[in-house]
Design a protein around this ligand. Structure first.
Ligand SMILES: *Cc1c(COP(=O)(O)O)cnc(C)c1O
Length: 485
């Protein structure tokens, strides 16, 4: 051979290893319930991530064993039936196979005239249909919700700037722009505003009521006040499913207001946009289809392996004119590999991964109706856990559960706010450390609580009963420990 290559010298040997790898991957997924949700890594495992770059070759079999001993043995735990921290998806095996195939096929989804590029656009259109956005809307698959939101807010900024902001920049703005979101909106919006050069102060936080949704009177007041002061109200960021409590803003009323005021409506639907496919709960997101842009997250409620998010933009023209660097009047080649709209024209990446396949394969395998039922199921599990909490001694539901996020805490009475917080954090940490369940915590309107976000197609009711019992057991132990010390 007159060249060196990365291909194996012995394909038969690679085939054997790959077959064994598939077998153990199936066991790993099938038996996830039997492992602890999470466990901390001993020092010798941590040390293995501190070695220098390898200069020489290692047999693949040894490498795969190392991966088993380290990466596979100490996962984050979010594929486990009792992982309910922050807000994640639970992955699925078909999606994992898809990621493997996508890598084998190896296409760059920056675009071009090939099958994967057509599938990329097909998945965007499937997501558009699932949300109910009108035909003609465009979109792009991105790394996740944060980037999907950044894409939406960028199109909003450019459309509402009143100048050619791509050419002139922010300094040429005739008047400052204001964006509005509730005080419960995700932190990625602040990052987006900072990244866009608009700054955090241009993002007005509208207060929320007891149900944690945006107070519309406060929004109307803020917009009127800005107009009176020469500030241009550019964009309202409504949230369909807040990260703290799962609250869904009144999308229809906000859409009416934005329409009347000529303000861009962006919906952060990273949690809740897909409730639109859930028959029992879709009424909660009515009006979402009227948004100018929507961010959603197939790696959450479609359980695609990380990463895949999606930005949908009602106006394809506005979308392209924000990102495209190919002038409209220049046609791409009408034959050959470049005979297609470049997909990098819809966002900020040039090379793009083949994210569509994992969504496409599992949507085909199960059908969209099943994903809708799974969303209803998680929301029912949220209601079930809320009931268990209300019935359990010393457990208190902190906020009404809207969808699948349950905020609660252990309160034996007689403790002040700081002591309650310390107690509940200790319970949460011990739960994680004993591997039984992973919850996270948050503070909403000044009150600290534990938080279970049930975005999990593996959670059974017995898992919820177990965590309630375990929280009570641990509380008793922690209280005894504290009394003794
Ligand atoms: C998860 C989430 C995001 C961020 O999405 P990533 O996929 O983690 O980047 C944004 N907004 C809300 C409401 C979310 O729940």
């Amino acid at each position: 051979m007159d060249y060196e290559t990365l291909d194996p010298e012995d394909w038969a040997q690679t085939q054997k290893l790959a077959h064994a790898l598939v077998d153990s991957a199936i066991d790993y997924t099938k038996n996830v319930r039997d492992r602890p949700v999470w466990r901390d890594m001993p020092g010798d495992i941590r040390d293995r991530f501190l070695t220098d770059v390898p200069k020489t070759a290692t047999p693949l079999a040894d490498i795969l064993r190392d991966v088993d001993d380290t990466v596979m043995a100490y996962p984050m735990g979010n594929t486990h039936p009792r992982f309910w921290a922050w807000y994640m998806g639970t992955s699925n095996f078909t999606g994992a196979m898809a990621d493997f195939i996508a890598a084998v096929q190896g296409s760059n989804l920056g675009g071009g005239n090939h099958a994967a590029a057509l599938m990329d656009q097909q998945v965007v259109q499937w997501l558009r249909q699932m949300i109910g956005m009108p035909e003609g809307a465009s979109g792009t698959l991105v790394s996740g919700g944060s980037v999907a939101n950044l894409i939406g807010l960028t199109v909003a900024r450019n459309t509402k700037a009143g100048i050619d902001i791509r050419e002139e920049g922010l300094m040429a703005l005739p008047a400052p722009l204001r964006f509005y979101g509730s005080d419960q909106m995700h932190s990625c919006h602040q990052q987006a505003m900072e990244t866009l050069g608009l700054g955090n102060k241009a993002l007005f936080r509208i207060r929320t009521g007891g149900d944690m949704t945006m107070d519309l009177e406060a929004l109307k007041f803020a917009v009127a006040d800005d107009r009176a002061n020469g500030v241009v109200p550019a964009c309202v960021i409504a949230t369909a499913g807040t990260v703290n409590t799962g609250a869904i803003d009144n999308l229809a009323a906000i859409a009416d207001f934005c329409h009347e005021q000529d303000i861009w409506l962006h919906v952060d639907g990273c949690i809740g946009a897909l409730v639109a496919i859930a028959p029992e709960n879709r009424w909660r997101v009515e009006g979402i289809e009227r948004a100018d842009s929507i961010a959603l997250d197939p790696h959450k409620w479609l359980h695609a392996p990380f990463e895949v998010g999606c930005a949908l933009i009602r106006s394809r023209t506005a979308h392209l004119s924000t990102f495209s660097l190919t002038p409209e009047y220049l046609k791409t080649a009408n034959r050959g590999l470049a005979a297609a709209q470049w997909l990098h024209d819809f966002g900020i990446q040039t090379s793009r991964g083949f994210r569509a396949l994992k969504v496409w394969m599992s949507l085909r395998e199960h059908g969209v109706e099943k994903f809708g039922r799974l969303i209803d199921q998680d929301i029912a599990k949220g209601a079930h856990l809320s009931r268990l909490v209300e019935e359990a001694e010393n457990l208190h539901l902190m906020f009404p559960t809207s969808i699948n996020i349950v905020c609660f805490r252990y309160d034996p009475g007689g403790l002040d706010e700081a002591e309650l917080k310390a107690l509940n954090i200790e319970i949460m940490l011990r739960l994680q450390e004993n591997g039984i369940a992973v919850l996270s915590d948050t503070t909403v309107h000044g009150q600290h609580c534990l938080r279970a976000a049930i975005n999990n197609h593996r959670t059974a009711n017995q898992d919820l009963q177990l965590v309630v019992r375990e929280v009570q057991n641990l509380a008793a132990i922690v209280l005894k420990d504290t009394a003794g010390s």
